[in-house]
Write a protein that binds this ligand. Sequence first.
Ligand SMILES: *[C@@H]1O[C@H](CO)[C@@H](O)[C@H](O)[C@H]1NC(C)=O
Ligand SMILES: *[C@@H]1O[C@H](CO)[C@@H](O)[C@H](O)[C@H]1NC(C)=O
Ligand SMILES: *[C@@H]1O[C@H](CO)[C@@H](O)[C@H](O)[C@H]1NC(C)=O
Length: 482
Amino acid sequence: MHVLFFTFLETNLLAFVFPLCFILGSKEEASPYSLLDICLNFLTTHLEKFCSARQDGTLCLQEPGVFPQEVADRLLQTMAFHGLLNDGTVGIFRGNQMRLKRACIRKAKISAVAFRKAFCHHKLVELDATGVNADITITDIISGLGSNKWIQQNLQCLVLNSLTLSLEDPYERCFNQLSGLRALSITNVLFYNEDLAEVASLPRLESLDISNTSITDITALLACKDRLKSLTMHHLKCLKMTTTQILDVVRELKYLNHLDISDDKQFTSDIALRLLEQKDILPNLVSLDVSGRKHVTDKAVEAFIQQRPSMQFVGLLATDAGYSEFLTGEGHLKVSGEANETQIAEALKRYSERAFFVREALFHLFSLTHVMEKTKPEILKLVVTGMRNHPMNLPVQLAASACVFNLTKQDLAVGMPVRLLADVTHLLLKAMEHFPNHQQLQKNCLLSLCSDRILQDVPFNRQVTVLKLKMGQNRVLEICLE
Ligand SMILES: *[C@@H]1O[C@H](CO)[C@@H](O)[C@H](O)[C@H]1NC(C)=O
Ligand SMILES: *[C@@H]1O[C@H](CO)[C@@H](O)[C@H](O)[C@H]1NC(C)=O
Ligand SMILES: *[C@@H]1O[C@H](CO)[C@@H](O)[C@H](O)[C@H]1NC(C)=O
């Protein structure tokens, strides 16, 4: 099936990549939109026409029919993608007309009450609430979910990235209500040792992402050492343990398939090298991420992998490693890094949510663009994803716009699918809007937009664009467009 904006990742709960929504399919730009996607997109953007308003102002679909569960999930996801989830619109998920199973409410702007009324009566198996607005806390979400007996026992996967834990102080810990939970992602949250201890005692927990939390000590993980298969702890900036102490805990996590101890180059810790030197540690590991860590060498990585022939991935971006023949990333062993295009593409795929890594990867991609002679839609698409995920991050937008220019210049643009170029155009215009006074960025974007292919073949609202640019006094593009 072709997908309009993103495919819902068939979620393998132990998948190492957490983000459930906003994952772009791989080749669909060149094919027509599916009928389902056309319908969902139309419904989403004209929702009010299909709805009546309840007394409290929330929307209610007029059609009496019942939506198949997959379609309801996709509708919710499409609304999230367009930033259309609010107290009014989520009203359509109340009652029994929709049945949700895998719910994505990313970046919704909703209250705790609206959340409870719209979502907590569904038989949810997954919920991704990344970046929901600050009025609703993690405690609200969990107590809402915990009010439903079925969800308590059957919710398997919960994503609570970039939220606030609670506004109460002290607050009541609540994770233990969700006894069915197998995978939890709680990154960029002020989440402490006591919270980790509570989560680690969940009886089914197999996969945990605690990146960029306030944890100072990971010893509590020993409580789930016989269950834990995937542990992601990127940039644990407050950790106050020695390398030996950390390794003593990690050594006990015998069933780990995936371990991520990457960092954004801030610390000088030797944890990565020390881990790689251990002979008897983590026998079941198939995936290890040490990107951004110091003292990593090709020799140590090779020795580690040679002892574990079933390794499938190693993360080496922003380290000094990844340059040996063994680590090209071409075969069975995937490598994220900066040594060649394959490694960079892997990095952009895996780290699309991590601004620092996106920037690093784009920076290295740019230096490769002068040798690219073929059109590379799959690479441009990865650039687009990074750009879309970090709209307010200037270094990302700068690096991305430079890559866009060199990936689409002259003949290279001819082979790019129009739909992909339309995404690019939209994001370039957004970047110009967000950073009106940054000359280099404006220049990169204008140069990219001034391409015959974009100006002639890509549908976008030229009048609105000219008007906006006039206000920003951008004569160059105006001339281009007129
Ligand atoms: C880390 O988390 C804090 C909130 O605890 C957030 O303000 C910050 O932006 C996060 N850092 C990154 C790189 O996402
Ligand atoms: C990656 O590098 C290896 C050698 O270092 C090379 O054989 C391979 O072709 C490169 N792959 C790409 C896509 O450049
Ligand atoms: C990007 O494209 C410009 C213009 O064609 C070219 O001068 C420059 O060398 C390219 N940069 C790289 C790194 O390839």
